[in-house]
Write a protein that binds this ligand. Sequence first.
Ligand SMILES: [Zn+2]
Length: 88
Amino acid sequence: MKHTEPIRTCLGCGHREKKGRLLRLTVTSQGRLIPADRHGRGGYLHASRECVHAFVNARTKSCRSLRAVCSREARVSYAALIEPSLPG
Ligand SMILES: [Zn+2]
């Protein structure tokens, strides 16, 4: 039995959460953000509009936990991509 689930930080609200409860996103080599669970630079977000919006509207261009620069444009595209699948 596994008792410890990895903890990741939500890029939107900044709270720490069990990995399984967060959406995984990845930065492509073109600097685009896509929802993908694969190796490479990535980050995590709660599946909530609040957190997605907070991520999109973050003032900083570089998302430290992504260790990559993701432009606001890339974040807006990502939000448009996943918003239809968000609850609420
Ligand atoms: Zn969050």
